[in-house]
Design a protein. Structure first.
Lengths: 202, 202
DNA sequence: TCTTGATTGGACTAATGCGTCCATTTTTCG
DNA sequence: CGAAAAATGGACGCATTAGTCCAATCAAGA
């Protein structure tokens, strides 16, 4: 008997998504489907078999990223030293943002925002909004514990996240940013955590 | 006698720039020259007479914005209450960023960054980099005065600017952001200044 | 091996858009 | 008013690209 219908090659599906994310990141959404096909070592027709159109391909890329992003966003349980927890969170945020993958995904979403507003919203919810929400909960908890004195956890969470991320995200979008060493990431996240703790000490 | 050569209509020059900035902000850089001409109530040929090509038009828009942005970026002289100076600076930064004009200009620059890296760099230098540099100088001065204790003014300036701006710039780029009232701007800038002062108190 | 569906690649259509050309009209200034 | 330059608008050439079509090829499973 023949191959059952609907048996499209899953490995190719991923290869297409990877290549598309890469090319869109480099050239912007103006990148051509032909180039994506070349990069994925796949025929253009195959892309259209898997995803029906360019907008749907873009959607698929962002959706996959949203799933990736949302997963590991668990705030640590209250630990003995909230400052350490904050520094760790800061490191992971900064590391994620400085990734080429993270930047190209953001650039894509920004560019498609005018045409597909729901995509941009989903991305924002999955990334920035969720992480800040979790952080706010953490700060509220630490305040109940008496280890911090955060009167407005939502605003404070915004402050901390922003201190860590800083202008780096914008700098990445503009293509203006030297490479960061892990030591520099440590230093920024550590300083941010320390100053934040001082600003919100009980 | 005839009109002297090179006597292009300066009012039209501005109208073109305004319209182009508007349309690019709405549609992205994919916006057509025809639509810009329509919006500026000018013929397409006239645009090409004033600016030679689409990239040059984009450059002209960003250059104008760079000039606008750089001008008013003067940090107040040391005042009696540095917290008030910081709050004022924060208000002006946030206000500028939440402008439709500011956002569309940033979006344009981000989109053109791949093709015209020097443009993106000029924009970054004129805006974020310069304002942070001025702020860092201010913080160093206040530290010399003994009113604050800022050991790393550059990093601290980054922290303060980021606290104020927060995720709002990204949210604007993604088209995900409700309108801000002046009262909210006041509150965010005021809180940021207060917490920052506490974090860097002498 | 044989059947069937997926994949390939290359040609093709339709649309869009940059930039040009040009005859006509409008503006400026002596 | 009159000459020269600029602005208009509409048509046009040319390039790019999304998406389709199709005949030939490949791959998997009974």
């Amino acid at each position: 008997m023949p191959r059952a219908p609907g048996q499209i090659d899953l490995a190719k599906t991923e290869a297409i998504l990877d290549a598309a994310a890469e090319v869109f990141g480099e050239r912007g959404l103006a990148a051509s489907m032909e180039e994506i096909a070349r990069r994925a070592r796949v025929s253009k027709q195959t892309i259209y078999n898997h995803y029906g159109s360019k907008p749907e391909l873009i959607r698929a890329i962002v959706d996959r990223r949203v799933a990736e992003i949302t997963a590991p966003l668990l705030m640590p349980e209250a630990v003995d030293h909230p400052q350490e927890a904050l520094a760790a969170l800061g490191r992971s945020m900064l590391t994620a943002i400085l990734t080429a993958r993270g930047t190209s995904m953001l650039r894509m979403t920004v560019e498609s925002a005018a045409e597909q507003p729901d995509l941009a919203r989903a991305f924002f919810e999955a990334g920035p909004a969720t992480s800040r929400r979790r952080l706010a909960e953490f700060l509220a908890m630490e305040t109940e514990n008496g280890r911090m004195a955060v009167d407005d956890p939502v605003l404070a969470a915004e402050f901390f996240a922003s201190m860590v991320i800083g202008g780096h995200q914008i700098a990445q979008l503009l293509g203006v940013e030297r490479q960061f060493t892990p030591a520099e990431i440590d230093r920024v996240a550590g300083e941010a955590a320390a100053r934040f703790m001082k600003a919100y000490s009980a």
